[in-house]
Design a binder for this molecule. Structure first.
Ligand code: SF4
Length: 692
């Protein structure tokens, strides 16, 4: 048992406290010997590589650094004294050869390619981060032996501290964090925690680290900053010590709860949210054992809520101060607008002798979706409502035709909002964290009316290439730019590169200095563009040769098996109609498109073709057959809409422009609002790192 009682002193571990944070009653169950208690509410992919990585790579490294005679420490000492260049490369070699490769040799056969890749990624961004921290300690270079002893003084140490609760009971807490580094020059410290999988609730994941931070401060007098490193899902996420100090204000209630549990003071506190109970085997039983649950008592007081969700400084996600959301209309304002629009709709339909029932409404970023159910017994059908779109526009004083679509159980009538919201790319990435695919080729395409973020994943067979059409003012160029920026922000570092073809010379101007450009610049000339596409086809074939030799079927497996890092190549052609003006070029272009679309996915090639003239001459049968994902922004006519989205999907002419779009796969469509990668994001340090 991790907890016990003796002479008014209760002992418990940091992991007990983290469990108590999830639900105090789970700690009681664990204390009563129920072993599965700690699993309740744990998220994860089920793979154990987080702990394997921690034990065999990170912990092995840190413990060597704390041992004067360890060979790893001697190698580190030589590294620090031998070169005045950046540490990153040398440290990377040291960790790879001494810790990571031996680990793979021993355990690699039991891991699949995804695990190996996640661990390789995790190691890479951890090493970069660690090198940055060590570089900032000048005394390490001056006297490496003494410096290493001081910097890694916390390695492998179990920390203990006492906490006096309100009734005078003492809690004796102990724990050992994954890694701790001191900076003797600045008198600061940094605490690392390694996790396999990034949970959807970062606050819960932080709780254990905060307890360690408290232990470090109690034992040494130095409050550390915290860095969470997720092997999957990005990181490191850095929490400066000011944020840690603010979050520590939430600990006293936790200690009080733990005391109640250990002393069995019934009713025991319940978790802050009921949602955990539905996943708990004791749902319904714990009331009998520990007293009636009162969820309101465990709510964390507002001043103890973390001030930020952490800043991702090297991986594939964004949170924290960068993501200040723009002021959105108040909920009451939205409700009023929706209610008013619904009244207008019902009045108009009644006047048109179309009988419907009110099924509610929902407000999206740029339109209100009004839901009505046609009363078939009185002869009202979907077709009859659709046929009255013009009347609805006039009577409801709408600037555009309302978009009317049959949905499961109702008909949706989308009308523009009076005050449209700007949706930033940062907000989209943050809000989409919950349903973000675990893929290195995913980017957020837009937000649905229900607030759900739609992620496009180029690694998915149905999305590996895309056709994007929209007239001038539809937001096509903004969308293409946000695809590039979104991919760079979400993909692991150095895993993706681009060929950007822009005959109009205006779409990608501010991306001209991206280091991820395969050709080193934006291609504007038709000959250059055709040459680049031909080169991409050749490279794809070369990669197929490599896959064959390595006996693997996919780029990801190849990278894992060979240790090489072949990047995904995303080819984006804006206004490709300009490349189809001559018959010969058009045929060649179609040939390249066909080859890249049919075989590109396994070799890591993806193609996004955009046009503002989605007519039959430009969107030929070959192109339509090969580009799976269809994105229609506002277009000029119903037929343009059908050419992009497929037979029967005529609604893109009713879109509002500026990123309002329909996304489909030929069988069904979904309406989304695309994001804007604004100047705040492009001026941020985070983007600067990614850009370079
Ligand atoms: S049912 Fe809910 S309150 Fe009871 S032990 Fe499980 S998580 Fe805690």
């Amino acid at each position: 048992m991790g907890s016990g009682e003796r002479e008014n002193v209760l002992t418990l571990s940091a992991t007990d406290l983290a469990l108590c944070q999830r639900c105090p009653r789970l700690l009681a169950y664990k204390d009563a010997g129920r072993r599965n208690a700690w699993r309740v509410g744990i998220e994860g992919s089920g793979k154990r590589y987080g702990s394997l990585f921690h034990k065999h790579v990170a912990e092995a490294f840190f413990s060597d650094m704390g041992e004067t005679a360890a060979p790893g420490r001697e190698a580190m000492r030589l590294l620090l004294s031998g070169t005045s260049k950046g540490l990153s490369e040398g440290l990377s070699d040291l960790i790879r050869t001494r810790y990571f490769n031996p680990f793979l040799a021993e355990h690699g056969s039991r891991l699949n390619a995804d695990c190996v890749m996640a661990m390789a990624d995790g190691t890479a961004f951890w090493v970069r981060d660690l090198a940055g921290i060590l570089e900032a300690i000048p005394s390490l270079r001056k006297d490496p032996e003494r410096g290493l002893g001081r910097v890694f003084a916390g390695a492998g140490r179990t920390l203990r501290a006492l906490y006096s609760t309100e009734d005078g009971t003492m809690l004796k807490v102990s724990g050992r964090c994954d890694a701790l580094i001191f900076n003797p020059d600045s008198g600061t410290a940094c605490l690392f925690e390694f996790k396999g999988y990034r949970p959807t609730d970062p606050t819960a994941a932080l709780s254990q680290s905060l307890i360690y931070a408290w232990l470090v401060e109690s034992a040494t007098g130095v409050l550390p900053s915290v860095r969470l490193i997720y092997l999957e899902g990005g990181g490191p996420f850095a929490f400066p010590k000011e944020d840690v100090a603010s979050m520590l204000r939430g600990l006293p209630p936790l200690f009080e709860s733990a005391r109640s549990v250990l002393l069995r003071r019934k009713p025991l506190p319940a978790p802050a949210s009921e949602s955990l109970c539905s996943r708990c085997p004791w749902d319904g039983e714990c009331n009998k054992e520990w007293g009636a649950r009162d969820f309101s008592l465990s709510r964390v007081p507002p001043e103890s809520v973390p001030v930020s969700g952490g800043t991702d400084i090297g991986g594939g996600s964004l949170e924290g101060p960068l993501l200040e959301e723009r002021a959105a209309p108040a909920a009451s304002e939205e409700t009023e607008e929706g209610r008013e629009r619904m009244k207008q709709l019902l009045r108009t339909l009644e006047a048109l002798k179309l009988s419907v029932t009110d099924e509610g409404f929902v407000c999206g970023p740029c339109f209100v979706r009004l839901k009505v159910r046609p009363d078939a017994t009185r002869g009202t059908t979907v077709r009859k409502i659709e046929a009255r779109a013009d009347d609805l526009q006039v009577q409801m004083e709408l600037p555009v035709l309302p978009m009317i679509q049959a949905q499961g159980g109702y008909v949706s009538v989308d009308v523009p909002r009076t005050r449209r919201q700007v949706l930033s790319l940062e907000t989209l990435i943050r809000k989409g964290a919950e349903n973000r695919p675990r893929s290195e080729a995913a980017f957020p395409l837009g937000m649905g009316v229900d607030g759900r973020v739609f992620w496009a994943d180029l690694a998915e067979p149905a999305m590996t290439s895309a056709l994007i059409g929209g007239t001038s003012g539809s937001g096509k160029s903004v969308l293409l730019r946000s695809v590039v920026i979104g991919l760079l922000l979400c993909a692991p570092q150095d895993s993706v590169c681009f060929t950007l073809i822009d005959p109009k010379r205006v779409t990608f101007t501010d991306l001209a200095e991206l280091s991820a450009l395969e050709e080193g610049r934006i291609l504007c000339d038709a000959d250059e563009a055709m040459e680049a596409l031909g080169g991409a086809v050749d490279e794809m074939e070369r990669r197929y040769g490599l896959l064959e030799k390595a006996r693997v079927s996919h780029l990801t497996d190849y990278n894992a098996a060979s240790g090489e890092r072949l990047r995904r190549r995303v080819v984006i052609v804006d206004e490709y109609a300009d490349l189809m003006t001559h018959k010969g070029t058009a045929r060649k272009l179609e040939h390249f498109i066909q080859r890249l679309c049919q075989k590109g996915r396994a070799a890591g090639f993806h193609l996004l073709m955009a046009t503002q003239r989605p007519d039959a001459k430009v969107v030929t049968g070959v192109i339509k057959a090969n580009l799976q994902l269809r994105v229609a922004l506002k277009v000029a006519s119903r037929s343009n809409s059908q050419i992009i989205l497929g037979e029967g999907f005529t609604q893109a002419q009713c879109l509002l422009g500026h990123g309002d779009m329909l996304v489909g796969d030929g069988a069904c469509v979904e309406r989304l609002q695309g994001p804007l990668a604004g100047p705040e994001l492009l001026g941020s340090e985070h983007w600067d790192v990614r850009r370079r």
